[in-house]
Design a protein around this ligand. Structure first.
Ligand SMILES: Nc1ncnc2c1ncn2[C@@H]1O[C@H](COP(=O)(O)OP(=O)(O)OP(=O)(O)O)[C@@H](O)[C@H]1O
Ligand SMILES: O=C(O)C[C@@H](O)[C@H](O)C(=O)CO
Length: 637
């Protein structure tokens, strides 16, 4: 059978609840970030980011945390065929924090957890046969049921010509050697654990561990002696991690000194968070190993990925994309705290964004001022009308990808909350309607700190009216506000859409918007999305796209806005806009809801007919867009 997977990792999966504050006790943490966790799950994610076709074999609970893990893995491009749901047990949780450079207090909530219910029955031959390699970690050898699952996977891997790897990943607590408060302990000698590990080491082609992990596998705290003990029972390539000193690989006999093994360059970075370095390291190593490059090169990838992990918050969030890794290897370390390296962070952010939105049709009903001005509109009725808008959006989307809404959290909160989890792209405004200089909604706050309360799927939309002719004070004021919003977006892991409409405040020509765009980038602001007005000339589109691509090759792209234009006009502007590949879609509001809203607020029509008319209007625009796109594609062929 053709191998359509590079690797399957097998074992632990958890939600890591990572203390958001740094340098305190776990007792003093005020809040926790939520990340995908557990060594094999981290490796599946880390390798997928590096471009390998990865899959995970594990079990999660039939609840929100289990769904979170599965959804995140899908977004990362990990094959989740083997992520099974246990109907009875809970997904494992881990609470952890960064105490200082060396200590990371950690509590495992893994009593009878879902992944420990993985059994031999769950290991499907067809699934395993798809992979070029199977990667296990030590924890699942600690219990007879999970051990049987791992052994079966390894046996099937052999049968189907796959390679096998082990990350010893010794957690004494998970072998019952220490108590709940001792989760961070990395070494307690145990003859029973050594014996168990030694009974399986012959099954692997590659064995990876820290010095302490080889101590437990080899049954001695003398590292060279331990490696020799492992070599006595296994012909695998042994890779020994040495923290800041990098790592060494041994393909044959173990020499007298560790330095005599093969090694790759290490990276002088600032230590921030040592936890999870091993899984980052293993991801880089697997990439090299499975790509068939030599050990020094594989170790270079591995050390670099380990360095990323050590220098950033969290485990999985820290791991680099392939593009990012290549950039780093070529350019080297310029800022030892990698999380403060602006160029690297921008590449990290823009190459690890989740979900593709290459064709986006957005129904925008985040209008506040315009609805408030309508006869018969009250805050409550506006809220109710926005719920009807959402019904229309959902009806047109019908579960298909590529549809979205723009809805606000002040008047439209009920619709906004109801939109969660429906597969829609959800944009949400921060600007105080019509403000110039730009001011923000009170819920968001002038420091943009309120974004902390926004769910991860919300895209932060900010509408601003800048113009090249504005005086310095106006520019400085508006750029300062956009900067606060942008920085808060990044801090909170939210995508940022910047909408600029210079035509509302001054004369425009083909250079006006490109000028504005350049000034935004000059201020160090990198929007994920641009929302631009429908230009009438090809030259204006070309110059705007050029201004974006010149500054940011990895932007999500542009959505074109409607400005209450009649449908015929939109048809024309879409036809021009779609010719530019950076234009990914439209975001149109009043053309869809304007007349309907006036009729509904005046009680001339009921809810159902409002929904029906808006669905129809939205559907028609989607068709216009689709046809324009299809014509462009045909012409390009
Ligand atoms: N201080 C550091 N400076 C640079 N690179 C480092 C540093 N610490 C770790 N690394 C890189 O990360 C790799 C793994 O680190 P380490 O030996 O701490 O793994 P580990 O203990 O398995 O981690 P984990 O917390 O995931 O179990 C090292 O081999 C090295 O490549
Ligand atoms: O298992 C741990 O040590 C904590 C995990 O939650 C973390 O994601 C990890 O696996 C680091 O190796």
């Amino acid at each position: 059978m053709a191998k359509d997977l590079d690797l399957i990792t097998i074992g632990r999966s958890s939600v890591d609840l990572y203390g958001a504050q740094v340098g305190g006790r776990l007792e003093d943490m005020r809040s926790f970030e939520k990340y995908v966790g557990g060594s094999p799950t981290n490796m599946a994610t880390g390798t997928a980011r590096l471009g390998l076709r990865s899959a995970l074999l594990t079990k999660v609970g039939d609840e929100h945390m289990g769904r979170f893990l599965r959804e995140e893995l899908v977004k990362e491009g990990v094959d989740v065929t083997g992520v099974l749901t246990d109907p009875e047990r809970l997904t494992a949780l881990v609470l952890l924090g960064i105490r200082d450079e060396d200590q990371f207090p950690l509590i495992f909530y893994r009593e009878n957890c879902a992944d420990m219910a993985l059994s031999a029955q769950d290991v499907d031959e067809g699934f395993i046969s798809r992979a070029r390699a199977v990667v296990a970690t030590g924890t699942h050898l600690s219990n007879p049921r999970t051990e049987a699952a791992v052994l079966k996977a390894l046996e099937l891997a052999r049968k189907h010509g796959a390679q096998t790897a082990l990350d010893i990943d010794f957690r004494p607590n998970l072998w019952g050697l220490s108590g709940h408060g001792d989760g961070e302990n990395r070494f307690i000698a145990s003859a029973a654990v050594t014996e168990k590990l030694q009974s399986t080491l012959h099954l692997f082609d590659l064995i990876v561990g820290t010095e302490e992990e080889f101590h437990i596998a080899g049954g001695t705290t003398d590292t060279v002696a331990a490696l020799r003990a492992v070599r006595a029972v296994s012909g695998a390539t042994l890779v020994c991690k040495r923290g800041a000193d990098g790592a060494v690989a041994f393909t044959g006999a173990i020499p007298d000194r560790l330095d005599e093994g093969q090694s790759g360059p290490g990276f002088p970075i600032e230590v921030f968070n040592v936890l999870g370095a091993g899984d980052g390291f293993m991801s880089g190593l697997l990439k090299g190993w499975l790509d068939g490059v030599d050990w020094p090169t594989s170790l270079k990838y591995a050390n670099a990925c380990g360095a990323f992990a050590v220098s950033r918050h969290g485990c999985t969030p820290a791991y680099p994309s392939w593009e990012e890794l290549q950039f780093f290897l070529q350019r080297g370390v310029v800022e030892k705290a990698l999380r403060n390296d602006t160029a690297l962070e921008q590449i990290h952010w823009s190459t690890t964004r989740k979900r593709d939105w290459d064709d986006l049709r957005v129904f925008a009903f985040d209008h506040r001022m315009q609805m408030e001005e309508m006869d018969g509109a009250t805050p409550d009725r506006i809220g109710a009308f926005k719920e009807l808008c959402l019904r229309a959006a959902v009806a047109q989307a019908a579960g298909r990808p590529g549809h979205g809404i723009l809805c606000d959290g002040r008047l439209g909160a009920r619709a906004l909350y109801a939109a969660a989890g429906q597969g829609l792209w959800v944009g949400r405004p921060v600007e105080w309607p019509g403000s110039r200089p730009l001011r923000l909604e009170p819920q968001v706050g002038e420091d943009a700190g309120g974004l902390k309360e926004w769910p991860g799927e919300h895209v932060v939309k900010c509408l601003c009216f800048p113009h090249p002719d504005d005086d310095d004070a106006m520019w400085a004021d508006q750029i300062a506000t956009i900067t606060r919003v942008f920085q808060s977006c990044r801090r909170n892991g939210l995508e940022f859409l910047l909408e600029v409409i210079p035509s509302k405040v001054g004369p425009v020509d083909d250079k006006t918007t490109p000028d504005v765009i350049q000034r935004v980038y000059d201020a160090g602001i990198y929007p994920d999305w641009w929302k631009l007005e429908p230009f009438r000339s090809e030259a204006a589109w070309a110059a705007s796209c050029d201004a974006i691509e010149r500054n940011d090759k990895r932007t999500r792209g542009i959505v074109v806005l409607g400005l209450d234009a009649p449908e015929d006009e939109l048809r024309e502007s879409f036809a021009l806009a779609v010719r530019f590949p950076l234009v990914k879609g439209f975001a149109v509001g009043r053309t869809i809801f304007g007349d309907v809203a006036r009729d509904w607020f005046a009680d001339r029509i009921d809810d159902d007919s409002a929904v029906a008319r808006m669905t129809e209007n939205y559907a028609r625009l989607c068709d216009v867009w689709a046809q324009a796109r299809a014509r462009t594609m045909e012409a390009a062929q």
